[in-house]
Design a protein. Structure first.
Length: 245
């Protein structure tokens, strides 16, 4: 009888341990050891870790008993299948989730390795340059504006839907102020040439499409010097930190 009881207890314990992966897992951090091997400087490494961490901050995965899981990422949800082999889950597209402890796991996808935590947990985003949620509008010298600028960091307002997707798209924005009246706005590898003005009182940037003649005042210049530029989206409040290209 004691032997039968022991076998039952052992079976139940093994079953529970084998299904520790069930439930919701949330992004916790980037596995630094997987990034440090690329030979980047410490400064470049920290910037990369913050950027990647912000991008994956809303990642959640919920695993069900039927071999299906739901992934929530960048405002989108997808339901896919997985197979379990003890503490390792092989996901539909080849990614692997390795359960390290009942509360920690490692998600591997190509060269990217993320650490996950059990439960529906939110991670606070961190920033290298845009350390404040908003910035006062400072006096600027428009001569410093001339030249091409690329986005180095993006900060979307808290609570914005699909914030990570917006941040990723905004990282591909460029401003090329060719003269004090002509500029080229770039997004996702495409540029459009426009006329522009900057209001001397408010720093509101107004551009005019050279083909349609439509004027838009989308951004306000918050800070500007010879090395960096901060602009704020007038409707959404999204902040862009730009450096010279």
């Amino acid at each position: 009888m004691k032997q039968i009881t022991f076998i039952i207890v052992l079976f139940v314990a093994t079953s529970v341990q084998a299904q520790e992966y069930l439930g919701t897992w949330s992004f916790e951090s980037v596995d630094r050891s997987a990034i440090e091997e690329d030979g980047s400087s410490e400064e470049a490494l920290e910037k990369k870790i913050k950027m990647v961490s912000n991008m994956f901050s809303s990642l959640r995965m919920t695993f069900e008993k039927d071999g299906m899981y739901t992934m929530s990422f960048m405002g989108q949800e997808e339901t896919k299948s997985y197979t379990a082999n003890e503490n390792i889950l092989v996901l539909e597209k080849g990614e692997k989730l390795e359960v390290l402890t009942p509360s920690k796991a490692r998600l591997s996808s190509g060269d990217m390795v993320l650490l996950m935590q059990k439960g529906a947990v939110s991670v606070e985003k961190t920033y290298t340059y845009l350390t404040k949620e908003s910035y006062e509008t400072k006096n600027i010298d428009l001569k410093d504006l001339i030249g091409k600028w690329k986005v180095e960091e993006v900060r979307v307002k808290k609570g914005t839907e699909a914030a990570e997707m917006q941040e990723m798209v905004a990282l591909m924005i460029t401003f090329n102020f060719i003269t004090d009246t002509d500029m080229a706005f770039g997004a996702m590898g495409m540029e459009t040439v426009r006329k522009y003005t900057v209001d001397p009182e408010t720093n509101v940037l107004t551009d005019k499409d050279s083909k349609t003649g439509v004027e838009k005042s989308i951004y306000t210049i918050k800070e500007l010097d010879k090395e960096h530029l901060i602009v704020s989206h007038n409707e959404e409040g999204t902040l862009l930190y730009l450096v010279r290209e």
